[in-house]
Ligand binder design. Structure first.
Ligand SMILES: Cc1ncc(COP(=O)(O)O)c(C=O)c1O
Length: 358
């Protein structure tokens, strides 16, 4: 089997994929509730939190919507330095909320100073921040930003999109003072798409109770009532929950530290390779992602042709995203991949680059 070196969806282990095909159980049965509870408890270990984790039958964007509908009556501050952060702001606006923006040029991280400055000027109910921008391969300094935000504006809830980093890079929800952290199944957790996980602390839940018009499907107060009975208000994605149950146990038996180290080593290999081939990385040093590398396409590589070449070898990388399409390309290094897979990809990339020179 070949490998997907794209930043999600990613390869799924065969046994995990097969777990989805187990016979269905009624979701309101003790047997299913036991599985659901074990998933929620094991998921807490990924988020490094003592608080609840909601398991949503949606992709991550569903929880973007949950955050803006549950935590904000009126106004929030959106940190925007990439396409997915821009989308989260759009989600907020299209739900009728007011947003102000802290932005940097996409090659630069959002800084604690910028955020603190904005929070000093106005009251915001929530701060939305993407940890790992999948469009740019840039990691924002969440820990520093959260520390500054909690100091300057302790009532502002800090909501983090860790869609393409959770389980591949360290995010310490409780120790860093984060109120909500959300992720999707199809990235570093290496499941098929279709589930989103969202960890929410008690103060964020208390705020949700005070917010009007939370909707129905993503109403965290409603979800919490059911979660306390190891259940969901609507039918859960039962096949995916079977896969999640098995995959969380696999991830924890690998060990979080080992998993982070594996991702860091893959990132290092890809990034050193790119630099050694005269390519430039989009994100600056010190802020480069452990799960996806965005490379400036200054050689003008035709990504379609490159992928056709790689495809003959069972591999695929990703074009740039949104406005960065063709200006950059991206190599995903997350989930089930290991160093030998990356070495195989880079050897094929070298072969292609050499061929296209001749
Ligand atoms: C950083 C980030 N946020 C949000 C999303 C949207 O997630 P989903 O496609 O699971 O809704 C993505 C998808 O790639 C992403 O990379």
């Amino acid at each position: 089997m070949g490998h997907l070196f794209i930043p999600g969806p990613v390869d799924v282990n065969d046994q995990i994929a097969a777990a989805q095909a187990q016979p269905m159980l009624p979701h309101r049965s003790a047997q299913f509730e036991g599985i659901f509870r074990r998933c929620a408890e094991n998921a807490q270990k990924l988020f490094l939190t003592q608080f609840r984790v909601f398991i949503s039958a949606s992709s991550g964007t569903g929880l973007h919507e949950a955050a803006v509908r549950n935590f904000v009556n009126r106004r929030m501050l959106c940190c925007v330095n990439g396409a997915f952060a821009a989308r989260w702001q759009q989600v907020a606006e299209s739900n009728g909320k007011e947003t102000d923006v802290v932005e940097t040029e996409w090659k630069q991280p959002i800084t604690a100073e910028l955020v603190a400055g904005a929070l000093k000027k106005k009251d915001y109910e929530a701060l939305l921040l993407v940890h790992n921008e999948t469009s740019t391969g840039l990691v924002n300094p969440v820990q520093e930003i959260a520390a500054a935000a909690n100091k300057v504006s302790p009532n502002t809830l800090i909501c983090i999109d860790a869609v393409s980093s959770l389980a591949g890079d360290r995010i310490e929800m409780d120790a860093w003072g984060l109120d909500m952290v959300l992720t999707s199944s199809q990235k570093a957790i290496a499941l098929p798409p279709g589930l989103a996980l969202g960890a929410v602390n008690d103060r964020a839940m208390a705020k949700a109770e005070m917010v009007q018009n939370r909707g129905w499907y993503f109403d965290l107060v409603r979800l919490e009532k059911h979660r306390l009975k190891d259940s969901t208000p609507a039918t859960p994605a039962i096949g995916l929950i079977y896969a999640l149950d098995m995959q969380l146990q696999r991830i924890l038996s690998e060990g979080l530290e080992a998993r982070f180290a594996r991702h860091a080593a893959m990132a290092e290999l890809v990034q050193t390779w790119a630099i050694s081939r005269g390519l430039e990385l989009y994100a600056p040093e010190g802020y480069r992602s452990k799960t996806v590398t965005t490379i400036d396409n200054k050689l003008g590589i035709d990504v379609g042709k490159l992928n056709a070449f790689l495809g003959e070898r069972g591999m695929r990388i990703a074009n740039g995203y949104g406005p960065l399409k063709d200006k950059t390309f991206r190599i995903g290094h997350m989930g089930e991949l290991g160093l030998s897979d990356i070495e195989e990809l880079l050897a094929a990339m070298d072969e292609y680059l050499n061929l296209s020179k001749s």
